[in-house]
Write a protein that binds this ligand. Structure first.
Ligand SMILES: [Fe+2]
Ligand SMILES: [Fe+2]
Length: 332
């Protein structure tokens, strides 16, 4: 295993172990490290996009994971058997068929989910790169052209792990196949992959331990501000039927926030910046989210932590075509 992979897995383990309000002294004695070594570890976490701060609270040094997400109360008893615990993973915008796809990083996230005992992964759309007749440059950016090649690739190559179900919506790029010829990749995925469940085109509502979650794949362009478009998505939700969590694909950005009492997550992609995004000056982020949720019997969230796992350029196989030429299907 490469040093890079070892670092990534090590950071994930450390970050998972650290809890908000955990005593720094306890952590150092548990792992037999001094303060300088601890700072080195936190710096490594920071490099991988996981921010952990040490703060002084009443003379005690404690950890704060950023962003801290205790919503309802500081005094939630997480071990209480009155609360239900949900751990899920969220991915989006895999754009299979584009030469910039990063399937090997998606595999890494699925392996991590498997190691954590997660059984459900949500995908927020743009499973494949599609086919836009009005983007003549698109075929040059693809190694899979047309519906058959892209649908078959999902069936053949999407990570397949015993015990993990992928629940997905389709997005704007997937829909081009329908617009071009009424072809839907979900039809072929459903026939061939029992571990992949189609939820809907553009949007779907699901329940996890009574917590209402909406998956959303908006169309249209991106905005320069991270918060503007997702806030607009929440503004159009009617108050009586609002979800507790809104997962938004399409923008290829990473952002979590709370607005109108909805926890919103903009879910990053698994495709490096494309020529189209480059020309439009659009930001592109690659990564995923792990959500840790404790909810009560009414489906209200008592504790919520959105753990962002981001990849930077050195993690990507950016040499054109390397991912699709070399990646192997993950099967466990
Ligand atoms: Fe996309
Ligand atoms: Fe999209």
């Amino acid at each position: 295993m490469s040093e890079k992979n070892t670092d990534f897995e090590y950071v994930n383990k450390i970050y998972k172990y650290i809890k908000n309000n955990m005593s720094v002294e306890f952590f150092m004695s548990k792992f037999h490290i001094n303060f300088n070594e601890l700072n080195g570890l936190l710096e490594l976490c920071h490099i991988y996009g996981k921010k952990v701060e040490i703060i002084n609270e009443n003379g005690n040094l404690i950890f704060k994971k950023n962003p801290p997400r205790i919503i309802t109360s500081d005094k939630v008893e997480l071990n209480s058997n009155k609360l239900m615990h949900t751990e899920i993973c969220i991915v989006s915008d895999t754009h299979f068929g584009n030469i910039h796809q990063q399937l090997h990083l998606l595999n890494k996230i699925y392996k991590e989910a498997y190691d954590r005992g997660i059984t459900t992964i949500y995908h927020c759309g743009d499973m494949v790169d599609g086919n836009y007749p009005n983007r003549p440059e698109q075929p040059r950016q693809q190694f899979l052209h047309g519906f058959d090649e892209q649908a078959a690739y999902v069936v053949d190559m999407y990570p397949e792990i015993d015990g993990i179900t992928t629940k997905y919506i389709l997005g704007s790029h997937d829909e081009t196949h329908y617009k071009n010829g009424q072809a839907t990749i979900n039809e072929w995925i459903s026939r061939c992959r029992k571990d992949m469940i189609f939820l809907g085109q553009d949007t779907a509502t699901v329940m996890e331990n009574g917590v209402k979650i909406v998956l959303d794949h908006p169309g249209g362009g991106s905005a320069q501000s991270l918060s503007y478009k997702p806030q607009k998505r929440i503004e159009i939700l009617e108050s009586g039927i609002k979800p507790k969590i809104l997962l938004i694909g399409h923008y290829h950005k990473s952002y979590s926030f709370v607005y109108r009492n909805v926890r919103g997550i903009e879910v990053p992609s698994f495709c490096d910046k494309t020529q189209f995004q480059q020309k439009q000056g659009l930001l592109n982020v690659v990564g995923a989210y792990f959500l840790d949720i404790y909810s009560d019997s009414k489906g209200n969230i008592q504790y919520f932590e959105a753990e962002e796992v981001l990849f930077d350029h050195k993690d990507m196989w950016d040499e054109a075509g390397k991912d699709y030429k070399r990646v192997k299907k993950l099967v466990i």
